[in-house]
Design a protein around this ligand. Structure first.
Ligand code: TTP
Ligand code: MG
Length: 199
């Protein structure tokens, strides 16, 4: 099998990940699946009652992420919006620890699944590209909590293992400038010397 570069785009909610990836026409947005699984909307249910539906949503997010990490493809670069790690390290962590809305048992079950996947499946990553946001435009506590978890995980390295080098692209500009920065960094994103890191 030819070697495949695996790149995940991380960053706070509504910071332009989808727009950047659509611009490059290289990745699909997983969110449509979280809003419609056989006519049900687990994302909407989670926002209405996180204690009850958080586990359901995060189990489904984990499945869609695993599918995206492992799906066979011809191209030598796999570019993903988000990853199985940010679902676990940011959103599950926030539901359980920061907002306290997820029961401990749900957290443990999700974590056991996540740890099993890391041990038994190839979800390795070669590069993480992260949008950094301007704090003053984040009005909600939720976005702040999500932001701080990204900082702790990807920048300070104090939360969970970082699975790959992190390339930070400033996202506190208007969208045209962000797309320009994204294009400027495209060669760096695709450099073959990006080594696989684990886990
Ligand atoms: P994001 O992908 O972070 O948000 P986005 O697509 O709006 O961002 P961008 O403009 O940069 O493309 O998350 C989409 C929604 O899903 C958001 O409401 C947060 C939620 N979500 C969870 O609840 N759990 C998860 O594990 C993930 C990954 C997202
Ligand atoms: Mg998006």
């Amino acid at each position: 099998m030819t070697s495949l570069a695996m790149i995940c785009v991380e960053g706070n909610i509504a910071r332009g990940k989808t727009t950047c990836l659509e611009f490059l026409s290289k990745a699909t947005d997983p969110m449509s699946k979280w809003r419609n699984v056989h006519g049900h909307n687990p994302l909407c249910l989670m926002y209405h009652d996180a204690s009850h539906w958080g586990l359901t949503l995060q189990k489904y997010v984990q499945l869609t992420m695993l599918d995206m990490h492992t799906r066979p493809q011809m191209s030598s670069v796999r570019l993903m919006e988000r990853s199985i790690r940010s679902a676990r390290y940011i959103f599950v962590e926030n539901l359980y620890r920061s907002s306290g809305k997820m029961p401990e048992m749900d957290y443990i079950v999700l974590s056991e699944w996540f740890d099993w996947i890391l041990r038994n499946m190839d979800v390795s990553v070669d590069l993480i590209r992260r949008c950094r946001e301007e704090e003053k435009v984040i009005p909600l506590e939720y976005l702040k909590a999500i932001h701080h978890l990204h900082e702790k995980w990807l920048i300070k390295g104090s939360l969970f293992p970082v699975a790959a080098p992190v390339l930070v692209i400033e996202a506190d500009h208007h969208m045209e400038k962000i797309l320009e920065l994204f294009e400027q960094n495209w060669d760096r994103i695709l450099t073959p010397e990006n080594q696989k890191h684990g886990p």
